[in-house]
Design a protein around this ligand. Structure first.
Ligand SMILES: *Cc1c(COP(=O)(O)O)cnc(C)c1O
Length: 360
């Protein structure tokens, strides 16, 4: 067996320890005589899996009691609709546009009400985060929406926007559990888990209780109403049970690593190796302004599309996979999520050095 260093943006690398544990428990989960894939979601064994996963997530993020944790399906994209359907009481919301995912979320919300795009970094291909200290937040806005880490462009909000008292809603798909977070600053934090936590098929929504009401937009399906899932503790219908089980193992893994402070330190150390190299390279350059660089997604280019393609091909041959940039931006992108080991980033930088010497 040989594993590559997988720099995919998602689905992405998972901790090897977690995969091995899951493999050991595949045929017989702790004496139940069956796999977690085969067991009832109403069984005692599964109830323990989901309650333990929720508690571990609460411990890691310091989630206060007045927030619910929901394990849902439909990916992050389903939330683009679910958020306005549940939160748009005045049918007005403000969106900060920092990339494709925020753009898509705003477009979807427009089906349900008035969307004000109060800031954008599209003028410079989303290579920075706009100043959000004094935005024209709408007086009747039901919420202000951000995509906190922009997976495609490699930017991250280092400071949350000043929402002037409005509820903040954040898509954290690609920075979930990468560093400590003050949950009380948000009304809703959500993310698809396939970037930094687990297998595709689970989306985690952390939502303040007062935002969970029966007063949703007319026609909102039962399955797309937060209250349905909050009341049923994410067991209204069959949840993505196996995915939740793997997420639970990843939470335990992060706890054992020292929690979110330790994750941040580890992620900063990894990102520094790559950014320091990019800053002095004569061939490669990063595409994002320094202050707004993501710790998770690092896009870079040579400035020559043919050379970029050659790099991606040769890197793959060297066991460094999925370095091709997003199809809408080209170039390269290294996603260096929690589970990417330090050695993986060092191997990438060593390969880049060699490639530079051979191709400059
Ligand atoms: C990947 C991604 C999405 C889309 O996730 P799906 O689960 O495929 O719907 C949304 N937002 C961000 C920030 C992402 O990285």
């Amino acid at each position: 067996m040989s594993r590559v260093y997988n720099f995919s943006a998602g689905p992405a690398v998972l901790p090897e320890e977690v995969l091995k544990e899951a493999a050991d428990e595949m045929l017989d989960y702790r004496g139940t005589g069956m796999s977690v894939m085969e067991m009832s979601h109403r069984s005692k064994a599964f109830e323990e899996i989901i309650t333990t996963a929720e508690q571990d997530l609460r411990d890691l993020m310091g989630i206060p009691d007045n927030y619910k944790v929901l394990f849902l399906q439909g990916g992050a994209s389903q939330q683009f609709a679910m958020i306005p359907m549940n939160l748009m009481k005045n049918r007005v919301a403000d969106y900060i546009i920092t990339g494709q995912w925020a753009k898509k979320a705003a477009k979807e919300a427009e089906k349900y009400g008035k969307v004000n795009r109060i800031a954008s970094s599209e003028d410079k291909t989303f290579s920075y985060i706009p100043d959000c200290s004094d935005l024209p937040v709408s007086e009747d806005a039901d919420y202000v929406y951000i995509c906190e880490n922009n997976t495609i462009y490699g930017t991250k909000f280092k400071k949350l926007p000043n929402t002037k008292g409005k509820t903040l809603v954040a898509d954290v798909s690609s920075c979930f559990l990468s560093e400590p977070v003050d949950v009380t600053k948000y009304g809703v934090i959500y993310g698809g888990v396939q970037k930094n936590i687990g297998p595709a098929g689970v989306v985690i929504v952390i939502i303040r209780e007062d935002l969970i009401t029966e007063d949703v937009l007319p026609g909102t399906p039962t399955m797309l109403t937060y209250k349905t899932h909050a009341d049923a503790k994410s067991l209204y219908n069959t949840p993505p049970a196996y995915g939740i089980y793997i997420c639970g193992k990843v939470f335990k893994w992060i706890k054992a690593m020292g929690g979110l402070d330790a994750m941040k330190e580890r992620n900063e150390k990894k990102a520094k190796v790559l950014y320091d190299f990019l800053d002095q390279s004569k061939l490669f350059k990063g595409t994002v302004v320094k202050e707004d660089r993501s710790l998770m997604n690092v896009p870079f280019v040579t400035g020559n599309a043919d050379l970029d393609a050659k790099f991606v091909k040769e890197a793959k041959e060297a066991g460094l996979e999925n370095l091709k940039g997003h199809r809408t931006v080209g170039g390269m992108r290294a996603s260096i999520y929690n589970a990417m080991p330090y050695e993986g980033v060092v191997a990438l930088v060593d390969f880049m050095k060699k490639f530079e010497e051979e191709n400059l």
